[in-house]
Design a protein around this ligand. Structure first.
Ligand SMILES: Nc1ncnc2c1ncn2[C@@H]1O[C@H](COP(=O)(O)OP(=O)(O)OP(=O)(O)O)[C@@H](O)[C@H]1O
Ligand SMILES: [Mg+2]
Length: 391
């Protein structure tokens, strides 16, 4: 029988893949995304608010009775818990709701990791400001406070001293954690029936000071073979602990004094165009794998850490002010080693400093033969965009 794929809120690359592989597909999405499907003629399209679980479930259950669904795939943050719950109710294979719950709740994740010595980190779910005071007394400054279900670095605060503490305003839904120093990486994995393959290790650059928004990523990270192997072993154990068995995952870590610490994880491909970097650097298409693997239309990848070339994404980080003119973007498109450019700054804009992932102004993706080469290419490219501000 022909496989029947359901995709919730797919992006363009996913649509291209199902067409390329001639896969029968039902798309489910919100009505405001209808423009994405203008040229689609050969798939079912259901428009509804998929975040309303009962609506989504009854529609898919009805469909399942007529055209049995083989699997549900989504790479959209908000749709993953929905896909998990509906898969469970329709008895389809998917990352379990228990695991998704742990991934989406930073308190639950810390609590699971508490029983594993090299994975545990002091933390507390904050119920009031006094608890933060007691936590700081016990573990001392600095600490990080962030929403327990946050995304995009929104609301992440580093509390370094008494002044920061007194300025800190308590709100509901926060977790405090001991602050981990050191460099930050993300580990891009794909799990094949419990066999976890590290596809790439990404080195991250953040804006800095107390702003944790990502300013850039480079694949592969500039680390020794031993560190690479240590990260591999650590992440394989971690994915087993939290119960991811199939599909893409993206785990953020920091390394301090040779100790690896988990920051957080997602059971999806990393954002920030990391899948494009993975493809440029390894040839592996994580989006394609995410569709073909659950449909049993591909074999598992045997080798970890394949490597062709270095790749980088660097985000624009303009200073604040009214833009009088902006030049240099066009010519970048024809520069060697520049793969793509997106610039969201226009003449007349009132530019404000980046505060989180959602307030960034575009990026440059580039490739190179070494870590330093690709890093320099991306920094030079960003610097070649000339913005004049009104006085
Ligand atoms: N315990 C910690 N120690 C040190 N840095 C931390 C800690 N927790 C978070 N951070 C920093 O804050 C950033 C954002 O935290 P986290 O990833 O948990 O939040 P998020 O909102 O889910 O972020 P995003 O969606 O951008 O990945 C991390 O990438 C890291 O730089
Ligand atoms: Mg994060």
């Amino acid at each position: 029988m022909q496989k029947h794929l359901v995709m919730i809120s797919p992006h363009k690359a996913m649509l291209d893949i199902v067409d390329r592989h001639n896969i029968k597909c039902t798309i489910i999405d919100k009505i405001n995304n209808i423009r994405l499907y203008k040229s689609i003629t050969n798939h079912n399209l259901i428009l509804c608010d998929y975040e309303c679980i009962e609506t989504c479930y009854s529609l898919l259950n009805g469909l399942h009775n007529v055209h049995p669904i083989s699997t549900i795939v989504t790479l959209t943050e908000k749709a993953i818990p929905i896909a998990s719950e509906i898969s469970e109710r329709l008895h389809l294979s998917y990352t379990s709701l228990d695991t998704v719950d742990v991934i989406y709740n930073k308190v639950k994740m810390r609590s699971i990791l508490e029983s594993y010595k090299d994975f545990s980190l002091p933390y507390i779910e904050l119920m009031n400001k006094n608890q933060l005071r007691a936590f700081i007394r016990k573990f001392s400054y600095p600490v990080i406070v962030k929403p327990k279900d946050g995304v995009g670095s929104v609301g992440v605060q580093k509390i370094c001293n008494d002044t920061d503490f007194s300025e800190f305003k308590f709100t509901d839904g926060l977790i405090a954690e001991q602050f981990i120093e050191g460099a930050e990486y993300s580990v891009e994995c794909f799990s094949f029936s419990g066999d976890h393959k590290v596809i790439a290790i990404t080195e991250k650059t953040i804006v800095g000071e107390k702003n944790f928004t990502e300013l850039g990523h480079i694949i592969p990270a500039n680390i020794s073979k031993k560190t690479n192997q240590d990260i591999n072993n650590y992440i394989v154990r971690f994915l087993d602990i939290i119960g991811i068995k199939n599909g893409a995952s993206h785990t953020e870590i920091k390394i301090f004094k040779n100790n690896i610490h988990i920051i957080e994880t997602h059971n999806r491909i990393g954002g920030d165009r990391i899948s494009s970097l993975v493809k440029l650097s390894t040839g592996i298409d994580l989006v394609e794998l995410s569709i073909l693997w659950p449909l049993d239309l591909c074999k598992k990848i045997e080798i970890s850490n394949l490597f062709y070339q270095y790749s980088s994404i660097r985000f624009l980080n303009p200073k604040k002010g009214f833009v009088e003119s902006i030049n240099g973007v066009e010519s970048l498109l024809y520069s060697p080693n520049i793969i793509s450019v997106e610039c969201l700054i226009n003449k007349g804009d009132n530019v404000k400093p980046i505060s989180d992932s959602f307030s960034r102004y575009g990026f440059i993706i580039s490739v190179g033969k070494s870590f330093n080469e690709v890093k320099l290419t991306s920094i030079d490219a960003i610097n070649s965009i000339l913005i004049n501000y009104k006085n």
